[in-house]
Design a protein around this ligand. Structure first.
Ligand SMILES: Nc1ncnc2c1ncn2[C@@H]1O[C@H](COP(=O)(O)OP(=O)(O)OP(=O)(O)O)[C@@H](O)[C@H]1O
Length: 249
C-alpha cells in the first residue's frame, strides 16, 4: 500500500531523513513514534510528497509518486487524505464549506456534493453542526470536521500528523475511536504520527520508532488502551517488550 525505498530528505545541510525504507500494508493502522525532531512529520509528509525526497522512491497504491507529473500527482493525492495537529480548517468557511473544498478541487459532480458532505459529516457525528464556523467548535469537533474533509474524496490512505496532540484525554479517545472506525468500516489504511506512546498503543497494529532521522525499530503490537509517558526511542521499544506486545515485524 505504502512503500518507501531508501528515501532521504535534507533541509539545507541538515539530514532530517536518512535513507529510510519501510512498507505499510493495506488495512493497517501504523504508528510512527519518536522524540521531538526525530523526523516523524517529515517522514509522513514524504508519503504524499508534501515534502519532496532528495533521493529514493515513494509508492502509494501501486503508483510510484516520485515518477508522476504534477497533474498526475494531484490525481493520486485524492486517494491520500491527511489531518493535522492544528486541524487546518479555513476560518471564514462553514463546516459544510470546509468539507466541500476537496470535492470542488476534484471536480466532484456539483449535484452530488451536498449529499457527500452530509455523508462525511454524519460519519464523524457532526451533521448537526453543518452551518457553524470553526471558531464556534471545540477542538475535538474541529478535528472531526478535518477528518470529514479528509474522507470527502474516499481516500484509501489517511495520514494523521499528531492528530490528538492538541486535545484532552477524553477527546483524544473519541478521535482515536473515529480513526479506528474509518479503518475497520471503510477499510482505509491509517498512518499516525505521534510522540505519545499511549496514543500509538491504543490503536496501532505496527509501530516504527524513529530516532535522528532513521528507523530505530519496527515492531508489531496488540492495540489496547494503556498509559505510558516517556520520550526516548529505546524506552518506546522497552515498554513494548516489557508488556509482551512485541512480535518482531
Ligand atoms: N521545512 C523545514 N526546514 C528546515 N528544517 C526542517 C523543516 N522541517 C523539518 N525540519 C527539521 O527536520 C527535523 C525533523 O523534523 P520533524 O518535524 O520531521 O520532526 P518530528 O519528529 O515530527 O518532531 P516534532 O515531534 O517536534 O514535530 C527537525 O530538526 C526539524 O527542525
Amino acid at each position: 500500500m505504502i512503500k518507501l525505498h531508501n528515501v532521504g530528505k535534507s533541509f539545507s545541510r541538515f539530514q532530517a531523513i536518512k535513507s529510510v525504507s519501510l512498507t505499510i500494508d493495506k488495512g493497517e493502522i501504523y504508528g510512527i513514534i519518536g522524540a521531538s525532531g526525530a523526523g516523524k512529520s517529515t517522514l509522513l509528509r514524504l508519503m504524499n510528497l508534501l515534502e519532496l525526497p532528495d533521493e529514493g522512491e515513494v509508492e502509494v497504491n501501486g503508483q510510484k509518486l516520485t515518477n508522476l507529473s504534477s497533474k498526475e500527482l494531484r490525481q493520486a493525492r485524492k486517494s491520500i487524505g491527511m489531518i493535522f495537529q492544528h486541524f487546518n480548517l479555513v476560518a471564514n468557511k462553514t463546516v459544510y464549506e470546509n468539507v466541500a473544498v476537496p470535492l470542488k478541487l476534484a471536480n466532484f459532480p456539483r449535484n452530488e456534493r451536498k449529499s457527500r458532505v452530509v455523508e462525511c459529516l454524519r460519519f464523524v457525528g457532526l451533521e448537526n453542526l453543518i452551518d457553524k464556523y470553526p471558531a464556534q467548535l471545540s477542538g475535538g469537533q474541529k478535528q472531526r470536521v478535518a477528518i470529514a474533509r479528509a474522507l470527502a474524496n474516499s481516500p484509501q490512505v489517511l495520514l494523521c500528523d499528531e492528530p490528538t496532540s492538541s486535545l484532552d484525554p477524553n477527546t483524544t479517545a473519541e478521535i482515536l475511536e473515529v480513526l479506528e472506525n474509518i479503518n475497520k468500516s471503510l477499510g482505509v489504511t491509517v498512518v499516525i504520527v505521534s510522540h505519545e506512546m499511549e496514543v500509538i498503543k491504543s490503536i496501532c497494529n505496527r509501530v516504527t520508532v524513529m530516532a535522528a532521522g532513521e528507523i530505530y525499530e519496527t515492531v508489531s503490537i496488540e492495540p489496547k488502551r494503556t498509559q505510558v509517558i516517556n520520550n526516548s526511542p529505546s524506552y518506546f521499544v522497552e515498554q513494548l517488550i516489557k508488556d509482551g506486545e512485541i512480535n518482531n515485524a
